[in-house]
Design a protein around this ligand. Structure first.
Ligand code: COA
Length: 165
């Protein structure tokens, strides 16, 4: 049985910039953000099965900054407005394929357990969708795990549907 769920959504123009009261979003601002992302990943997936293993700087580099599609303005970080240095959520817009032929994908969406159900993921995803739309993409894809129930439910609530094989 396959445990990977592939989902997609046709995206349209999002006229209003999504906001979540009490939180603010910004994009990747430098090397310190790679440490913040790694710490967030460890905490966000700690309660998930299967677990994701501990990553270090080399993993971050391989996953993001070494990739042909990487752009700092395509990685977002959420923080509480009163604590801008503490990252509580993140998502990355990635491209899968080659520069000539590729699809846009939602990559590594995650929110700290104690900050969930405040609309942070919704705001992060809407910002990513708006950016993808403005860059000319009309479809977004993603992969998640069938056992990551919060993620599957979240993506369904955001309009993503399983890709029929
Ligand atoms: C999935 C995840 C990013 C959602 O983050 P979040 O900030 O809590 O999500 P939001 O508050 O924006 O939720 C928006 C809507 O999604 C749905 N949703 C989110 N989490 C849900 C859950 N656990 N169960 C059911 N529905 C859920 C709800 O409809 C929710 O709206 P509501 O709170 O008004 O009912 C977060 O649970 C997480 O980090 N999970 C672990 C990491 C992970 O699996 N990432 C995805 C990897 S592919």
């Amino acid at each position: 049985m396959t445990t990977i769920v592939q989902m997609s959504k046709t995206i349209g123009d999002i006229l209003a910039q999504p906001t979540t009261p009490g939180y603010s979003l910004r994009t990747f601002a430098g090397p310190a953000d790679s440490y913040a992302w790694l710490a967030l990943r460890t905490a966000a997936f700690a309660g998930e099965t299967p677990t994701t293993g501990i990553w270090n700087q080399a993993h971050f580099q391989r996953e993001f900054t070494d990739q042909w599609w990487w752009r700092p303005e395509w990685q977002w970080f959420a923080s509480e407005s009163t604590a801008p240095d503490r990252v509580v959520g993140s998502v990355t817009l990635a491209l899968r394929g080659t520069p000539e032929q590729h699809v846009a994908v939602v990559h590594w969406l995650m929110v700290l357990p104690e900050n969930r159900r405040h609309g942070i993921a919704r705001a992060l995803l809407a910002t990513l969708e708006q950016t993808a739309y403005q860059a000319g993409y009309r479809e977004l894809r993603l992969e998640t795990h069938v056992n990551w129930r919060s993620a599957v439910r979240f993506y369904e609530s955001a309009g993503y549907r399983p890709i029929e094989k």
